[in-house]
Design a protein around this ligand. Sequence first.
Ligand code: ATP
Ligand code: MG
Length: 235
Amino acid sequence: MSVLAVEALVAGYGAAEEILKGASLHVEPGEIVSIIGPNGAGKSTFLKAVAGLLQPRAGTIRFAGTDVTRRDPQGRARAGISFVPQERNVFGSLTVAENLEISGYLDPAGAQGRAARLYERYPVLAEKRHALARTLSGGQRQILAMAMGLMTEPKLMLLDEPTAGLSPKAADDLFDAVVNLNRGGLPILMVEQHAVEALAVSTRGYVFVAGRESAEGAGPALASDPEIRRLFLGG
Ligand SMILES: Nc1ncnc2c1ncn2[C@@H]1O[C@H](COP(=O)(O)OP(=O)(O)OP(=O)(O)O)[C@@H](O)[C@H]1O
Ligand SMILES: [Mg+2]
């Protein structure tokens, strides 16, 4: 059974023209799946729709076999979907510890134990636990955002451009963190601008163009496809 199976999703913002025009995608157990594609293709909109922040006009979203298309964001979080947005994904004026604490809202009683395990996994967060999130480096902030997403003990992680704005070294480290997370068995669906690097660590990838998938394939195969390279990866 697929972890995530999205069929022919149509969604947009209010009365404006639909942004997603029949997008379909699936994530299987244990996979890292990347979505790449030009600016404005609807990649972030797709993740938001899967997280429940946007109500689709048509199409279905099945999560672990259950139709969650009409569930609200909290219902989807409870089901096991965790979404780390592209922007404003930490509270800058709160400490690292406070950011983790509020992310444990689904089960406040268990939050301390989960935060302790995350401090073990990400020692940099333990070191910085009393620092305001806005004082962290870009890479540290993305690790915090990911850790916040893990506070609900998800069964699927949605990451929107986790390496955006990072130096090449910090981006490499972040991809390592994503791979390590996945090695623990957590399926990951991520949107990335660093397409070649993302596809290199992905089981499969999709190219989104104008609101839907226009190509799909094994990560490395997609990264070496001449047509894909010419169109999206700079030759
Ligand atoms: N909150 C919003 N209200 C109205 N339109 C929006 C909103 N967010 C995004 N859009 C529009 O939806 C379209 C797709 O945006 P989206 O953010 O999904 O693209 P993207 O593929 O993630 O692009 P990028 O690579 O730049 O992040 C764009 O035309 C954008 O202007
Ligand atoms: Mg985006």
